[in-house]
Design a protein around this ligand. Structure first.
Ligand code: GLN
Length: 486
């Protein structure tokens, strides 16, 4: 493994090199800590770096490798988005509210990866409480897109996406409530998978909107996404919404190709607001899949148009309930000098939350308040059912739906000030969260040197099919071999 290329190797390649004793787990960890020290001042993808824990984990990974007890993730470094609990390591959710919060326990995904031999490099920057599409709402710093440092990496998992795209982590975990894995994966030219709701445990994921939140991998290759899924998917007694289905091996069948796979093209996802160049590259990718043996037909999903409105009623409503726990008593930030309880509560929430989080709490509280509940929250739930049924019907006819992941390529930092315009970025990604179905974004080309993402959606628990289709496309195209200049 040539040293200058080490940072852009896939998880699989790093794993093979570790097993062949071409590199040690400590050397691999050191190479990453050095790269973080060299570059992250400019990229800003980490909120905390964990060399002590990382070296400790690298040492035990090395013993596992030496004694022949290693799996494919053993000794491979990784990052976690900073809304996943890490025992003894600050977990801030990029909010002042949790600036000094050190969880006394690990999220299920944290311990699952630790048990698989992973080496934690640190915690990834994000939009505050995962609310945003650019990582600019982080209370600490923005993250920059490694393809162009003047541009955003997307959000809310912008730190994870930038780390993986820039060679600052071999893989990372993100969370996706309305697109927060897939949209940054698209902006950064990498692979991002949002699994079926309930497939990966949310225990220890700091809640934003509990009926929509889902954890998934950000990786540089499709095979790596399958490897990470093998470690994190599966039932969990600590998450009552986790699906009780035995874990499966997502690498099986990965290379079986797309011959006979039925692909649906949804005209509603190519309309207004979608950059014509993004639409063109998406159609080109569909043609390529057709050449590889897939059968393409058109499938209309008219209710998808309502998904964004439904999302921006339901997710703030759930957020207003979830974030009620930040009262200055139980967690993090509090204001000690207030004269009474109400004043303390007000000052804590005013000082601890940023503007976007406050906006969401207010929208959600409004939608849930008596007199408005029926008109907003209940109506949104009803439309949610319609959207879910429409997807169910579509997946009777096709195996996979293909759409653009995002309307445009990465925009400049500070370019979008209007929250409504920012929210419109999620138009292609939120329907999957509303329906609870899986979605993956993979790179499908560039426009003016900036990556474009292709989104594949499938029925509940069709991750293996999505990965197989994504793999076939990836192997037939050069996009996954391209990296930012550094
Ligand atoms: N951008 C969306 C929002 O701001 C999605 C966020 C997410 O998926 N966590 O709510």
């Amino acid at each position: 493994m040539a040293d200058q290329h080490i940072h852009y190797q896939s998880v699989r390649q790093m794993s093979d090199a570790l097993h062949a004793n071409e590199i040690s787990a400590a050397e691999l960890a050191d190479a990453h800590f050095k790269r973080i020290a060299d570059l992250d001042g400019r990229v800003g993808s980490y909120l905390a770096v964990t060399p002590d824990l990382g070296h400790e984990q690298a040492a035990s990974a090395q013993s596992a490798i030496d004694s022949g007890n290693a799996g494919p993730l053993t000794g491979v470094p990784m990052q976690l988005k900073d809304n996943m609990a890490t025992r003894g390591v600050t977990t801030t959710c990029a909010s002042l509210m949790l600036e000094h919060f050190v969880p006394p326990y690990d999220a299920t995904v944290t311990s699952a990866l630790a048990n698989a031999g992973a080496v934690l490099l640190g915690k990834g920057n994000m939009d505050e409480f995962a609310m945003g599409s650019s990582t600019e709402t982080s209370a600490y710093k923005p993250t920059r897109n490694p393809w162009d440092l003047d541009r955003v990496p997307g959000g809310s998992s912008g730190g994870p996406a930038a780390s993986v795209a820039g060679g600052l982590a071999p893989y990372s975990l993100g969370s996706d409530t309305g697109g927060s894995i897939r949209q940054p994966a698209s902006f950064c030219g990498i692979v991002g998978l949002k699994p079926t709701y309930g497939l990966v445990s949310r225990y220890g994921l700091i809640a934003f909107a509990s009926s929509l939140d889902q954890i998934g991998p950000l990786t540089r290759t499709v095979e790596d996404a399958a490897l990470v899924m093998n470690a994190i998917a599966g039932p969990d007694v600590n998450d009552s919404t986790s699906i009780s289905r035995p874990a499966i091996d997502y690498t099986i069948g990965l290379k079986d190709g797309v011959k006979g796979l039925r692909i649906g093209v949804v005209p509603e996802y190519f309309g207004e607001g979608i950059d014509p160049e993004v639409a063109r590259l998406t159609r080109e990718a569909i043609k390529q899949l057709e050449e590889l043996g897939a059968e393409v037909s058109e499938v209309s999903l008219p209710n998808s148009k309502a998904a964004l409105a439904v999302y921006y009623v339901l997710s703030p409503s759930e957020c207003s309930a979830n974030l009620a726990r930040y009262d200055g008593v139980k967690y993090g930030f509090s204001t000690p000098d207030a004269p009474n309880m109400m004043a303390a509560l007000e000052a804590t929430r005013d000082g601890g939350f940023g503007i976007e989080v406050k906006r969401r709490i207010m929208m959600g509280t409004y939608a849930l308040s008596s007199g408005y509940y029926d008109a907003y929250y209940k109506k949104a739930q009803q439309v949610r059912t319609l959207i879910r049924r429409e997807f169910d019907a579509a997946f009777e006819k096709v195996d996979v739906l293909i759409t653009p992941t995002t309307p445009t390529t990465a925009f400049k930092l500070g370019e979008i000030q209007d929250p409504v315009v920012m929210h419109a970025n999620d138009v292609c990604t939120v329907p999957a969260n509303i329906a609870g179905i899986p979605g993956i974004s993979i790179p499908c080309g560039t426009i003016d040197g900036l990556p474009v993402g292709l989104q594949l959606l499938g029925a509940h628990l069709s991750e293996a099919t999505l990965l197989r289709a994504a793999y076939a496309y990836e192997q037939a195209t050069p996009w996954h071999t391209q990296h930012p200049a550094n």
